[in-house]
Design a protein around this ligand. Structure first.
Ligand SMILES: [Zn+2]
Ligand SMILES: [Zn+2]
Length: 275
């Protein structure tokens, strides 16, 4: 039972993502069944995996699939044409060229891996020393700051992403307070540039059991003057469309936000949080 009206889920993947499973139309059907009012499809475009993920082709099939589902479901749900740019700062020229290929409503900026490294989800934290894990996190937050400063996205996705896997590996001693200064700088950069912060709810259905980032970061973003928040389930399956979105609204409200945001033609649209 949905608690909130105007539920919006701005982060989900179709089978055009290397790790996706369903066509856009099936994800739309699930979104309508879940009573969502607006969604964005945001297939992966991990710039540093351009060849390996065959992104030239995948980007086209993703866009065409989104357009056709959007037409099919036009009278039932609002569908935004989005993309999740992974590691865009590792090849800015390729990123800019790729974004110019299609008319996107919404661009997510993400970091899933360090330069020339596998995804944070594919590292073996069990066998690492504490120092080794912190040294990865040092680099991660530096890359997140570089991403924030690049500014070519609309929302800044799943900050604290590596923690999903670090906690999953049982490394509960790792904690992030030592990064408060750099996360403040990231937030100040986003705010100065009028960008949104994403509350990614996928962690709620994973061992970490928390949103990325957690509520304390959302509160800090607000304290520093943050205005735009997007919510995303990061669904890769129909059963996860809209998952945790009510929790996301609750966190937003707890932190003093009255609106959540979606993007149309790369411009923010504010939607009142209402029960
Ligand atoms: Zn991501
Ligand atoms: Zn994603």
């Amino acid at each position: 039972m949905a608690l909130y009206k105007n539920r919006i889920d701005l982060h989900m993947h179709t089978k055009s993502s290397f790790d996706g499973n369903y066509p856009a139309a099936e994800m739309c059907r699930a979104a309508v069944e879940n009573g969502l009012s607006t969604i964005a499809f945001t297939d992966h475009f991990d710039v540093d995996f351009f060849e390996r993920h065959n992104l030239d082709t995948r980007q086209r099939t993703s866009y065409e699939d989104i357009i056709s589902a959007r037409e099919e479901f036009a009278d039932k749900i609002t569908v935004m044409r989005g993309i999740e740019m992974g590691q865009p700062t590792y090849d800015i020229a390729l990123t800019e060229k790729s974004l110019a290929r299609y008319e996107y409503d919404f661009v997510i900026g993400s970091i899933h891996n360090l330069r020339e490294m596998p995804d944070f989800g594919d590292l073996d934290y069990k066998s690492m020393t504490e120092d080794e894990i912190y040294s990865l996190l040092d680099k991660y937050f530096e890359e997140e700051l570089i991403l924030a400063k690049w500014n070519g996205f609309d929302t800044f996705a799943h900050l604290t992403y590596p923690m999903r896997y670090i906690v999953q590996a049982g490394r509960n001693e790792i904690e992030l307070s030592r990064y408060d200064e750099i996360t403040d700088e990231i937030f100040r950069t986003l705010i100065a540039n009028g960008k949104a912060l994403e509350i990614n709810t996928s962690g709620l259905r994973q061992p970490i059991g928390k949103t990325m980032p957690t509520e304390n970061y959302v509160r800090r973003f607000k304290e520093l003057g943050g205005e735009f928040l997007t919510l995303g389930s990061d669904a890769h399956f129909t059963e996860h469309v809209g998952a945790g979105i009510d929790n996301g609204y609750e966190i937003a409200e707890n932190c003093g936000f009255e609106y959540v945001t979606y993007f149309k033609d790369r411009k923010p649209v504010q939607v009142k949080i209402e029960k």
